[in-house]
Design a protein around this ligand. Structure first.
Ligand code: ZN
Length: 66
């Protein structure tokens, strides 16, 4: 996925580590990701912008229709 030297958790979006920002764990499809507090709103409000990082994220939007 990423190069082996970057084993420390990083924001999936900006790749900053927990040394620089607060990271929030994201469990998705049997994998663990992290996202920083600055980019958490993207995960909530604009998940389609994360589709390059989380395949299928474009479908995270609110389930408007039921
Ligand atoms: Zn970030």
């Amino acid at each position: 996925m990423t190069d082996p030297s970057s084993a420390a958790p990083r924001c999936l979006y900006c790749e900053r580590t927990a040394d620089e920002v607060a990271l929030i764990p994201v469990h998705y499809r049997d994998a663990d990701y992290f996202i920083c507090a600055s980019h958490l709103p993207i995960l909530i409000h604009r998940p389609e912008q994360l589709a390059d990082y989380l395949p299928g994220a474009e479908g995270f939007g609110p389930s408007a229709e039921h």
